[in-house]
Design a binder for this molecule. Structure first.
Ligand SMILES: *Cc1c(COP(=O)(O)O)cnc(C)c1O
Length: 365
């Protein structure tokens, strides 16, 4: 049997007609940037996240960057970022001209560790970016509490956690502002690039809205040196079609994750844990294995594709060499990089397919 790591085949076959109708509507309208679909999507997605405002932007990286800019963060400022994440989290800080300060992650949940966070705070710290990694929220109460004491805004990097919740509250509504990505492979994905910010702050909303459109508050009146990072009309339209499916897709991901959690019985693997109070959306199902590379090769030989998220922690990436971190600075993040492996999990994955993955893993010695 051949099992891909992920595929859009099933979800897009089912939605082909609806997406084609949407394409035709927008094509006929002749309006491709910041039109009706864009405005409607922002409204619907804000409501979906229980957030007052949503602003559609070009991609997830820009969403983080634009929040930082809206908060007035730039040269001379520091922003705390977990060392175990996708590079966009830290790159956005670079783009803003500020300095990323890396922080260790929790061994059990892979998210930023609030017990060591305080040590990263200095007089220059202007924000903390929390990554809701793999599909579940970090320890938000402790992080927000600490941030309140120091009057530092908290930004959610929610690119992997659409529809996740924490203590009954939706990801995207848990801090000062949140950044989403609609890269095709995310739990809510466009047919191209896309992103959004959500926030309850009118000021942040207004500023991101201007910044993403050349800093323009009114046509040809530019209050800020902004950028061009807009969610286009076609992507907004496609996202509206897909948003209607997100609750159902989330249920399907939970069903598949539950199958892995109850079916995999092999003491060479550590299975992922769900934090108390979290509703996980399983963007990725990540196991931990001492002999990870052997396990990955074994599964490949059996026709099962897996991916490593992520093989190099941020503080050891060459891109950030000038920050002068060294091996040993964040032992847990470094261990994750050596031991994590993401198993196949996608919409339309059949019982037969997932059972084959489970049995193959259970036979691994
Ligand atoms: C995908 C992702 C991003 C970046 O999103 P893009 O839309 O690709 O720019 C940022 N952070 C995390 C954690 C991601 O997984």
């Amino acid at each position: 049997m051949n099992i891909p790591f992920s595929t859009f085949e099933h979800m897009h076959r089912e939605l082909h007609q609806d997406l084609a109708v949407k394409f035709n509507e927008i094509y006929e309208s002749g309006w491709f940037i910041q039109g009706k679909e864009y405005i409607a999507f922002e409204k619907e997605y804000a409501a979906y996240c229980n957030s007052d405002y949503c602003v559609g932007v070009g991609n997830g990286l820009d969403a983080i960057y634009l929040i930082l800019r809206a908060l007035g963060i730039g040269a001379g400022d520091e922003v705390i970022v977990p060392s175990h994440t996708f590079i966009a989290t830290a790159l956005a800080v670079y783009y803003a001209g500020a300095k990323p300060v890396f922080c260790e992650v929790e061994e059990e949940y892979y998210t930023i560790d609030p017990s060591v966070l305080e040590k990263c705070i200095t007089k220059r710290t202007k924000a903390i970016i929390v990554v809701q990694l793999y599909g579940q929220a970090a320890d938000m109460d402790r992080i927000n509490e600490l941030a309140n004491i120091y009057h530092i805004p908290v930004i959610e990097d929610a690119a992997q956690a659409h529809n996740a919740s924490y203590k009954g509250k939706k990801v995207g509504s848990l801090a000062t502002a949140a950044a989403f990505s609609f890269y095709p492979g995310k739990n809510l994905g466009a047919l191209g690039d896309g992103g959004a910010i959500t926030t309850n702050s009118f000021e942040i909303k207004e500023k991101v809205q201007a910044l993403c459109n050349y800093g323009s508050v009114k046509k040809y009146v530019h209050n800020y040196a902004g950028v061009n990072s807009r969610l286009d009309e076609l992507q907004a339209g496609f996202l509206r079609v897909k948003l209607k499916m997100l609750d159902q897709w989330t249920q399907e991901r939970r069903y598949l994750a539950e199958k892995y959690l109850s079916g995999i019985k092999n003491d060479k693997l550590i299975l992922p844990k769900v934090r108390a109070g979290n509703e996980h959306v399983w963007h990725l199902f990540v196991v931990h294995c001492d002999k990870r590379d052997e396990l990955q090769n074994y599964l490949k030989e059996k026709g099962i594709r897996t991916v490593i998220h992520y093989p190099i922690p941020m503080h050891l990436q060459k891109a950030f060499a000038d920050l002068n971190y060294k091996k040993g600075d964040f032992p847990i993040a470094e261990e994750m990089a050596d031991k994590v492996l993401s198993l196949p999990l996608f919409i339309g994955m059949s019982d037969e397919e997932i059972n084959y993955v489970i049995e193959t893993i259970n036979q691994y010695e």
